[in-house]
Design a protein around this ligand. Structure first.
Ligand SMILES: [Zn+2]
Ligand SMILES: [Zn+2]
Length: 267
């Protein structure tokens, strides 16, 4: 059986486990190695089962535990060359077995681990080369993740469409952000095309994804200051309802918790 487990999500750190049978993949390693091991062990997952760690970009909430965790469990870590350059500068890749994502005519090539096929795709964020991933497991189940993106580009949309499960950023409520305590420049950054995806922008694409066959959504990377889990949930459910799509009948909707809390999405 395939499953998705959100271990950590949000600005304090991000990490998601995608499992198929006894094997798995980790996307991002944004908490300390100790916390990552504790989270995996909570679900009886041995880090030895990991075939790869996929890194989306170099922001600390995505790589905090990477060096220690990856060098201890000898898992290959995949990332774009642009991301690796930034991480290497800060010494985050010492002792880490790093594989660079390959590109052909500016399009990332897919690659295989033993149990998964992985298609990286480009996202728009305030980093030189952020990417997200579409993962197909051996049984043919497809999970796509898109977090830390200012908007949903055609490339992102193409990679989300047709996935069985989508992990999508629902970072902030625009009203809360505009009226909240963040400094002007930070607000402008988050709202920009290279910032983070709002609840509204996230919700907008969901009906199209359901029509394309997606049945499971995990809303992720919620802002603690500018969002509430209930608000993100209701924004998404309301948009789907407008299109006559019913929760737990046409789709399942979950929120990725800041810290693992037992949430598992089975496929
Ligand atoms: Zn982030
Ligand atoms: Zn980021």
């Amino acid at each position: 059986m395939a499953k998705i487990i959100p271990l950590f999500s949000g600005s304090k750190g991000n990490s998601y486990f995608i499992g198929c049978g006894s094997k798995g993949i980790l996307i991002d390693a944004g908490r300390s190695a100790k916390q990552l091991c504790e989270a995996l062990s909570h679900y009886n997952i041995n880090p030895d089962c990991l075939e790869a760690i996929l890194i989306t970009h170099e922001h600390i909430d995505h790589i905090k535990g990477l060096r220690v965790f990856a060098s201890n469990c000898h898992v290959p870590v995949y990332m774009s060359y642009g991301t690796s350059e930034q991480l290497a500068l800060d010494g985050h890749l010492k002792g880490v077995y790093t594989e660079y994502l390959r590109k052909d005519n500016d399009v990332y090539s897919s690659f295989n681990t033993e149990s998964f096929n992985i298609q990286p795709f480009k996202t728009s964020h305030d980093t030189p080369e952020s990417t997200c991933y579409r993962i197909t497991d051996k049984s043919g189940r497809i999970t796509a993740l898109a977090t830390d993106l200012g908007y949903i580009s055609d490339t992102v949309k193409e990679n989300l469409l047709g996935s069985d499960a989508v992990i999508l950023e629902s970072n902030h409520d625009v009203g809360m952000l505009r009226n909240g305590p963040y400094p002007y420049l930070l607000k402008r950054r988050i709202l920009s095309d290279t910032g983070h995806l709002s609840n509204d922008d996230c919700s907008e694409i969901l009906p199209q994804l359901v029509k394309g066959g997606t049945t499971r959504f995990l809303l992720a990377h919620l802002s603690r200051e500018n969002n509430y889990p209930d608000l993100a949930y209701h924004c998404a459910a309301a948009k789907l309802q407008e299109h006559g799509m019913i929760c737990d009948k046409d789709y399942m909707l979950s929120i990725a918790p800041e810290d693992y809390n037992g949430t598992i999405i089975y496929m």
